[in-house]
Design a protein around this ligand. Structure first.
Ligand code: ZN
Length: 131
């Protein structure tokens, strides 16, 4: 994610003058809510893998939107959250935690979460904004 590599093939994500190509799916816990609160643990995609990512990823299979993202911020991590315990820390949840939250020191991170700050909607085939 931090290197903006394609989530399918691991090559460079597609980038043009409008930004980096991302596909974002419906939030499973809030269908129909996208695109808002655009924080994602899903990396961008390259053009050849854009369609494959929708077929391969259950998260994207139902509904998705394609975005060209011009700026983003590393916002936190998703992983296994623990709390202090004796004799060992106790696993409490699988969740996302922002970097500025005190609990971030108790998470074993598995995915980086980025906040998509500036973006436009796009058609995958042409890469042009569709308003
Ligand atoms: Zn790819």
């Amino acid at each position: 994610m931090a290197g903006l590599l394609c989530q399918v093939c691991g090559g460079p994500a597609d980038r043009n003058e409008n930004g980096v190509l991302w596909r974002i799916g419906d939030a499973p816990d809030a269908p129909g809510s996208w695109p808002q609160g655009l924080e994602t643990a899903h990396p961008p995609v390259c053009q050849p893998c854009a369609d494959l990512s929708v077929r391969a990823c259950p998260h994207l299979r139902q509904r998705f939107v394609a975005l060209r993202v011009r700026s983003w911020t590393q916002a936190g991590v998703h992983g296994a959250l623990y709390r202090p315990g004796c004799p060992d820390p106790v696993l409490t949840d699988a969740t996302g935690i922002p970097f500025d939250h005190p609990a971030v020191q108790w998470i074993i991170a598995s995915q980086l979460i980025v906040r998509l700050d500036r973006f436009t909607f796009t058609h995958i085939a042409t890469g042009t904004p569709d308003g």
